[in-house]
Design a protein around this ligand. Structure first.
Ligand code: HEM
Length: 128
């Protein structure tokens, strides 16, 4: 069984890693390389969904109340309030990008950016 600190530290490393990918995809946009933006974000999309799915699976598998104290549980709940909606918006971001519905893509990007910023802040703030 993984310990609470192990789970949270792994989560932090993954959140930072995929955020670096997202930032790289935005750099590609600024450099007018939309195809590269799409390619990097395809990887970002898959890794983020895998992370959220794996994390949810771990929470089902472990004894949450024995692994995390009250504060950590509350912090995790707050984190998931951002991370799960962010992951739900991602397929629409991917499809709108692929289908070049750019207006829709930008509207979703605003929503997604808020959710992702919350995901990163509440993820890095988790106690471990
Ligand atoms: C969060 C901030 C994001 C912004 C501001 C943004 C913005 C844009 C813009 C302006 C384009 C059109 C580029 C062009 O054709 O000139 C584009 C394309 C695209 N975006 Fe995003 N995007 C963001 C995030 C994402 C995410 C998270 C994904 C995937 C889940 C994604 C997937 C794509 C794809 C697949 C394309 C088409 C690339 C191609 O032409 O091959 N984007 N994005």
């Amino acid at each position: 069984m993984p310990t609470g600190p192990q789970i949270i530290l792994t989560l932090k490393v993954l959140v930072v890693a995929v955020t670096l990918l997202l930032l790289a995809s935005l750099v590609a946009l600024v450099r007018q390389q939309p195809r590269r933006h799409g390619q990097i974000n395809t990887v970002f999309f898959i890794l983020t969904l895998l992370t959220v799915a794996a994390f949810e699976a771990v929470l089902q598998w472990i004894d949450v109340s024995a692994t995390f104290d009250d504060d950590a549980r509350q912090a995790l709940r707050t984190h998931l309030w951002f991370a799960v909606p962010a992951a739900l918006v991602l397929p629409a971001m991917f499809l709108s990008g692929k289908m070049r519905k750019i207006q829709l893509h930008i509207v979703l990007a605003v929503i997604f950016s808020i959710l992702w910023t919350g995901t990163v802040i509440t993820g890095l703030g988790l106690p471990h």
